[in-house]
Write a protein that binds this ligand. Structure first.
Ligand code: ADP
Ligand code: TPW
Length: 583
C-alpha cells in the first residue's frame, strides 16, 4: 500500500511530492464536509474504500448497492447535504441506480459515484470487464450526470456534483469515475490547489414581493383556509418559522407523510384526523413543499370535492416551492410563490402580525368536531385486544414507544404496515419519519435505518411489512456489524398485503402474494449476533421494543399479525387496474 500514501512520495530525492486520484477524491469530499460514504467495494473502487477509511472517513459497507444508495439518499434528506453512495461498475452501478432515481423523485440530495471500466474499450464496445456506458444510462434518471477523466478535474467534478444535488430542487447526481482516474498522479501542490470548497451550495432564492402580496391577499379572503405541509417543508429546516406561520394564522393544517412531526401531530391545529373533511371543504389551500401529485389526487376529483377524477373541486391554491415549473402542473395555481421555503415563509410572516384575523369560527368548529369524532373512534379501535394481533393493536404499542422516545427515528414501509403506521403513530419532531416517499417504493427499509442510525446516533425503529422487509433484509448483517441501535419490527401477516390468497389455477404453488407461513424472521437477526424476538401479543411486542430502545442492541421483532388483516395495496386499492378490486 506504500504506493498510495497521501501525498504519493517519489523515490527520487528531488522530485516534488505527488498525489493520486484516490486521494484527490477523498480530499475533495472531506473539504466539503462529506465524511461518510455508503457503498460496496470491488473493482475499481476497493482501494478507495480502504483509503477513505484510512483518511478518517466513515465507510459503511453494505450487502447490496441499492441499500447503500437508499442510505445515501436519506442521509441527504436528514442533513440537507448530499449523501454519497459508492459502487463498482455496471451491475453495482445499476443496483445503485434505483436509489438514485428514487432520490431524484423525492427531491433528496445524493451523489452516486461509480467506478467504470476503460473508456476506450467501452466506447468501442469491445467487451471490457463490467462494460457499460454508465453515464448515458444514468442521465435520464437523475438531476445531473458528470464524468471526470483527469485527476486535475476531480475538484471541479465534486463541486459540480454537490451544487447540482443541493441547489434549487434537490435531487440525485451521478458521477462517473473511470478506473484509470484513481491511479493518475499529479503534483501534490497543484492537486491541492485544484480542489474547490463549495461556497453557499444551496443559495437562498428570495420570492418576488408581488408574489407575497398575491398570496396574502388570497389567504386573507379565505373562509375555509387550509395549510398543507410536504416533505419539502421538512427538508427546508424552517421549522420555527413554519410553526409560527401556522400558529399566527390559526389555519388548520395537514402534514404529508414525511412532514409529520414538523409540528407535533398532537398540535391542536392539526387536521390530520379530519383529512377527508378538510380537503373537499377548504376554499383556499396553502401548499408548502408539497406537490399536487397522486398522493394529493392531483388536486382534483372526489378527494377535493370534484364531481369525478377529472373535475376540480373549486379550491384556490397558493403554492410555495423552489421549482417554478411545479406551478400549474396539475391544477391552476392562483398564487405561485417561487423561492426557497425558508425565505418564502419568512417573507409571508413579515406581513402576518398579531392582527391577522383567525379563520371563521364556523370553519374551525366544523374541523374540530370531525377531528374529535375520528380521534375518539380511533381510541376505541386502539383499545381493542384481538387475538391474533391486528395492525391497530400492534401499532398502539409502537405509538406509545415513539411517544416516550420522540427523538427516535422512525422508518416505515409496506402497504397496510405503512398506512396504519402513518395514521396511528404520532410524530413529535421534524425529520424523524422516513418512508417510501413519492413512489411508494419497497426496499428503502434497512438502508434508511442504517443511515438514520449513523447520521443521528438516535435509536431507530423500523416498522416493516413482511414483504417490504424482504427487499433489504440481508442488511440486518450490516446493522449487526456496525452495532447500530436499530429495532426492526416486522408486522408479519404471511404475505404481500396479507397471507390468505389462493392459487386461482388450483395447482400446488401458493398464490403469488403468499409467503411461507409462520416464517421466523427474528432468527435472521440472531444469526448475526443481534436480538431476535417472537411476539404474538402486544405485551410481548412492548417488552421487546422497550428493551431494544433501552439496550440500543440490534433487534428484530417478528410481530405476528392476523393473516387476514389488511387490504390489497393498503389504502390505494383503487389504483389496481383490475376487474378484481378488493376492499
Ligand atoms: P410530499 O410527498 O411530502 O407531498 P413532495 O416531494 O411531493 O412532498 O414535494 C416536495 C416539494 O418541495 C418539491 O416540489 C420540491 O421542489 C420542494 N422543495 C424541496 N426543498 C425545497 C426548499 N428548500 N424550498 C422550496 N421548495 C423545496
Ligand atoms: C420496488 C409493490 C407495494 S406494497 C408491497 C409491494 C410488493 C408489499 C406489501 O406487503 P407487506 O405489507 O410489506 O407485507 P402489508 O402490511 O400490506 O402486509 N416493488 C417495489 N415497490 C413496490 N411498491 C412494489 C413492488 C408493493
Amino acid at each position: 500500500m506504500s504506493a498510495v500514501l497521501s501525498p504519493v512520495s517519489s523515490a527520487a530525492t528531488e522530485a516534488p511530492p505527488m498525489i493520486d486520484g484516490f486521494h484527490l477524491l477523498i480530499n475533495a469530499l472531506k473539504l466539503n464536509g462529506i465524511d461518510t460514504i455508503y457503498g460496496l467495494p470491488g473493482i475499481p473502487i476497493t482501494d478507495l474504500t480502504r483509503m477513505a477509511q484510512a483518511e478518517g472517513m466513515r465507510v459503511i459497507s453494505f450487502r447490496h448497492e441499492q441499500n447503500a444508495g437508499n442510505a445515501a439518499a436519506i442521509a441527504g434528506f436528514i442533513n440537507g447535504k448530499p449523501g454519497v453512495c459508492l459502487t463498482v461498475s455496471a451491475p453495482g452501478f445499476l443496483n445503485g441506480l434505483t436509489a438514485l432515481a428514487n432520490a431524484t423523485t423525492n427531491c433528496f440530495p445524493m451523489i452516486l459515484i461509480s467506478g467504470s471500466s476503460e473508456r476506450e474499450i467501452v466506447d468501442l464496445q469491445q467487451g471490457d470487464y463490467e462494460e457499460m456506458d454508465q453515464l448515458a444510462v444514468a442521465k435520464p434518471l437523475c438531476k445531473a450526470a458528470f464524468r471526470v477523466l483527469n485527476a486535475e478535474d476531480i475538484g471541479v467534478g465534486i463541486a459540480r456534483a454537490i451544487r447540482a444535488a443541493v441547489s434549487g430542487r434537490p435531487g440525485g447526481v451521478y458521477l462517473d469515475l473511470p478506473g484509470k482516474l484513481f491511479a493518475q498522479t499529479i503534483d501534490a501542490a497543484a492537486g491541492a490547489a485544484s480542489l474547490i470548497k463549495v461556497v453557499d451550495p444551496a443559495p437562498r432564492q428570495i420570492p418576488a414581493p408581488e408574489a407575497i402580496d398575491r398570496a396574502l391577499k388570497l389567504l386573507k379572503s379565505a373562509k375555509r383556509p387550509l395549510i398543507l405541509l410536504g416533505k419539502g417543508a421538512a427538508y427546508a429546516r424552517a421549522d420555527v418559522d413554519i410553526r409560527t406561520l401556522v400558529e399566527r394564522t390559526g389555519i388548520p393544517y395537514l402534514s404529508m407523510s414525511m412532514a409529520k412531526g414538523l409540528l407535533p401531530d398532537t398540535h391542536e391545529q392539526s387536521a390530520s384526523a379530519a383529512r377527508s373533511y378538510v380537503l373537499p371543504e377548504a376554499d383556499v389551500v396553502l401548499l408548502i413543499g408539497a406537490r399536487l401529485n397522486w398522493l394529493l389526487a392531483h388536486g382534483k376529483g372526489k378527494t377535493w370535492g370534484g364531481k369525478d377524477h377529472k373535475n376540480w373541486g373549486g379550491q384556490k391554491f397558493i403554492q410555495v416551492d423552489i421549482s417554478p415549473t411545479e406551478m400549474d402542473s396539475n391544477v391552476r395555481i392562483d398564487a405561485p410563490v417561487v423561492g426557497d421555503i425558508g425565505s418564502c415563509v419568512s417573507a409571508l410572516l413579515a406581513r402576518i402580525d398579531g392582527n391577522w384575523s383567525k379563520p371563521p369560527a364556523e370553519w374551525l368548529n366544523a374541523v374540530a368536531e370531525r377531528k374529535n369524532k375520528n380521534v375518539a373512534k380511533m381510541a376505541e379501535t386502539l383499545a381493542k385486544d384481538p387475538k391474533p394481533m391486528n395492525f391497530q393493536s400492534a401499532l398502539n404499542v409502537v405509538r406509545d414507544i415513539v411517544k416516550a422516545n420522540p427523538d427516535a427515528m422512525l422508518v416505515n414501509e409496506g402497504a397496510n404496515a405503512l398506512d396504519f403506521t402513518r395514521s396511528i403513530v404520532d410524530m413529535y419532531k421534524p425529520r424523524k419519519r422516513l418512508d417510501v416517499g413519492t413512489w411508494g417504493v419497497m426496499g428503502i427499509g434497512m438502508g434508511f435505518a442504517v443511515a438514520a442510525a449513523v447520521e443521528t446516533g438516535q435509536p431507530v425503529i423500523a416498522i416493516e411489512g413482511d414483504s417490504a422487509f424482504g427487499f433489504s433484509g440481508m442488511e440486518v448483517e450490516t446493522i449487526c456489524r456496525y452495532n447500530l441501535p436499530v429495532c426492526v419490527v416486522i408486522l408479519n401477516n404471511n404475505g404481500v398485503y396479507r397471507g390468505t390468497d389462493k392459487n386461482l389455477g388450483g395447482g400446488k404453488d401458493v398464490a403469488p402474494t403468499v409467503f411461507v407461513k409462520d416464517a421466523r424472521y427474528e432468527k435472521m437477526m440472531e444469526a448475526f449476533g443481534g436480538v431476535g424476538v417472537y411476539a404474538t401479543t402486544p405485551a410481548e411486542l412492548r417488552r421487546g421494543m422497550e428493551e431494544a430502545v433501552r439496550s440500543r442492541r440490534p433487534t428484530l421483532i417478528n410481530a405476528i399479525i392476523d393473516e387476514t388483516a389488511g387490504t390489497e395495496s393498503g389504502r390505494i386499492t383503487s389504483l389496481n387496474p383490475a376487474a378484481r378490486k378488493k376492499s
